[in-house]
Design a binder for this molecule. Structure first.
Ligand code: U2P
Length: 282
């Protein structure tokens, strides 16, 4: 069927109907998605509703490693050659808008085999910076990755469906929103002598990603920087709360001027005792 070149109203009308149908189908999909919100049930039978948004929590190894008192083979502060000059991943956390979050949503236990193709970037960018085995959801002890998957990853449905999807998604978001690069370009580089304005760091991230991050400090040094995302991974402002009872905002947790300490493992000498590394004088 040819269209009348003298009367563009006919194809325009067809286009309009098509666009109308398309937008209605998109709208009905979103409505269905809203009404089909996932209710997750953890092993204890506790029901938890679908999360509202994601927090990508990044840690600053220079600050965390400086507090290392005890070494072991799983602590990258002790055994990483070349030190750290960038943020590494703490976790991707599904959160609620009210500042709380779901946790331990299914009984799916961590299985390293499922992410064997991701191990190289995982070791480098999602390093464990402590020896303590964080307790996992079901009373068991596990690795850092096991903890993050079992506590947070299992709650990230319907966005990430399984362990591989959870870790791959997190790595991709981490690489796409490269905070270290943004800060370096703004002149905020690792240093054991410089102090930087907190507002300047926040503005640099806001200018790059058009959303407000949350910073957590320890003794005046940046310990964590958190970026927040809608479920489609478009950046959004972070909610300045940390747990049900304690409000944590960058302003409360961090002073006006903060440091980004550098860290070289060679700067400290560790001794190896049996399965644990310790400071010589520990
Ligand atoms: O901040 C202390 C710990 O609480 C968990 N947390 C914090 C903020 C948030 O938005 N979501 C969240 O889960 C983290 O627990 P972890 O993963 O370390 O067990 C955070 O470290």
């Amino acid at each position: 069927m040819g269209s009348d070149p003298q009367n563009p109203a006919i194809p325009m009308a067809i286009l309009f109907i098509f666009l109308l149908q398309f937008s209605l189908s998109v709208a009905s999909t979103s409505l269905n998605e809203a009404s089909d919100a996932v209710i997750l049930q953890n092993q204890g039978g506790r029901k938890q509703r679908e999360f509202d948004y994601f927090v990508l929590a990044l840690q600053w190894p220079g600050t965390i490693c400086k507090g290392t008192r005890h070494c072991c083979s799983s602590n990258a502060c002790c055994n990483r050659s070349g030190g750290f000059s960038e943020f590494t991943i703490h976790g991707l956390w599904p959160d609620y808008n009210d500042g709380t979050w779901p946790s331990c949503c299914t009984g799916k236990e961590f299985d390293e085999k499922e992410i064997h193709t991701l191990l190289e970037p995982m070791k480098k960018y999602w390093s464990s910076l402590s020896c303590g085995s964080p307790s996992t959801c079901h009373g068991a002890k596990g690795s850092f990755w096991a903890h993050e998957w079992e506590k947070h990853g299992t709650c990230s449905s319907p966005v990430a469906h399984d362990e591989y999807g959870y870790f791959l998604t997190t790595l991709n978001v981490y690489f796409k929103y490269n905070v270290t690069k943004v800060l370096n370009e703004a002149g905020y580089v690792p240093s054991n002598t410089e102090k930087y304005p907190l507002g300047g760091i926040i503005s640099a991230v806001e200018n790059a990603f058009h959303a407000t991050p949350l910073l957590v400090c320890s003794k005046g040094a940046v310990e964590e920087l958190r970026l927040c995302f809608y479920k489609d991974f478009k950046p959004r402002d972070c909610v300045p709360t940390d747990s049900q009872n304690a409000i944590v905002s960058s302003k409360i947790s961090c002073p006006k001027y903060v440091s980004l300490p550098s860290y070289e493992p060679g700067g400290k000498i560790f001794k190896f005792t049996d399965s644990n590394w310790q400071y010589p004088n520990a």
